[in-house]
Design a binder for this molecule. Structure first.
Ligand SMILES: N[C@@H](CCC(=O)N[C@@H](CS)C(=O)NCC(=O)O)C(=O)O
Length: 235
């Protein structure tokens, strides 16, 4: 018997999304509670040692933090597995999952950097990371071929950032990374990946980045302004 689960979440968090995708892929019933990270409730501070989402609350057990740990636990307590059976391949997946977390940190540097130099450096690092990933990939459709794995749940939210940013800016992050582009296009259509965010995610993400006071904020605001101007001129 698996316990009743509640996942403490934030609407934009990519680490939350990977937990949600794992829950959906393993068909585990759960309740989702979104919190405001700029005004964290006291009860949340008590169950999240680092004050971060996601946290998985399991009835009768307690609270679990760290998305990678949450995903592995969910995988272990349900039939089947989202990891390869072979220990070497499983370890390899975990290594590339960690690589994905590094990419998320770089994405945060890209949208938070105060200067054009900081933004350009982060973009260049991201291009290099995706080229490295491209060298690791085979033919797809998923990371491990025909079977959707936990690692796919990690990269779906990463690529989603660029699906949204691409609507406003020409970042050209996936230069010379054709296999990554293909993987990205498959992940975009996976039901669990699509369902991990609400329909207004793109607007929320653009507003979040637009309001950070960073170099990228000014690019986003400029692009939104330009779109609005074109709409007015053609209306
Ligand atoms: N290593 C953590 C990272 C989680 C994380 O960074 N969550 C962010 C939101 S995306 C958060 O809760 N930030 C709140 C804060 O740092 O105050 C995990 O994998 O769960």
């Amino acid at each position: 018997m698996i316990p009743e689960f509640e996942l403490i979440t934030h609407v934009l968090c990519p680490y939350v999304q990977r937990s949600v995708i794992a829950l959906q892929e393993k068909r585990i019933p759960y309740r989702r509670t979104d919190i405001d990270l700029s005004n964290k409730p006291d009860w949340f501070q008590q169950i999240s040692p680092l004050g971060k989402v996601p946290v998985l609350v399991a009835e009768g057990k307690g609270a679990l933090f760290e998305s990678a740990v949450i995903c592995e636990y969910l995988d272990e307590v349900t039939p089947g597995t989202l990891h390869p059976e072979d220990p070497w391949r499983r370890a390899d997946h975990r290594a590339w999952i960690d690589f994905g977390s590094g990419i998320l940190s770089e994405i945060a540097r890209m949208y938070s950097g105060a200067t054009r130099e900081a933004f350009d450096t982060a973009c260049e690092t991201l291009r290099m990371r995706f080229r490295q990933l491209d060298e690791r990939l085979d033919n797809g459709p998923w990371f491990a071929g025909e079977t959707f794995c936990l690692i796919d749940a990690v990269y779906g939210p990463i690529f989603r950032y660029f699906d949204v940013f691409d609507t406003a800016l020409d970042l050209d992050i996936f230069q010379n990374a054709e296999k990554v582009q293909l993987w990205r296009s498959h992940l975009r259509t996976r039901e669990s990946v699509r369902q991990a965010v609400t329909a207004d995610y793109p607007e929320r993400l653009l507003a979040f980045v637009g309001n950070r006071g960073s170099y990228m904020s000014s690019l986003i605001e400029g692009a939104i302004h330009e779109t609005g101007r074109k709409a007015v001129n053609s209306g």
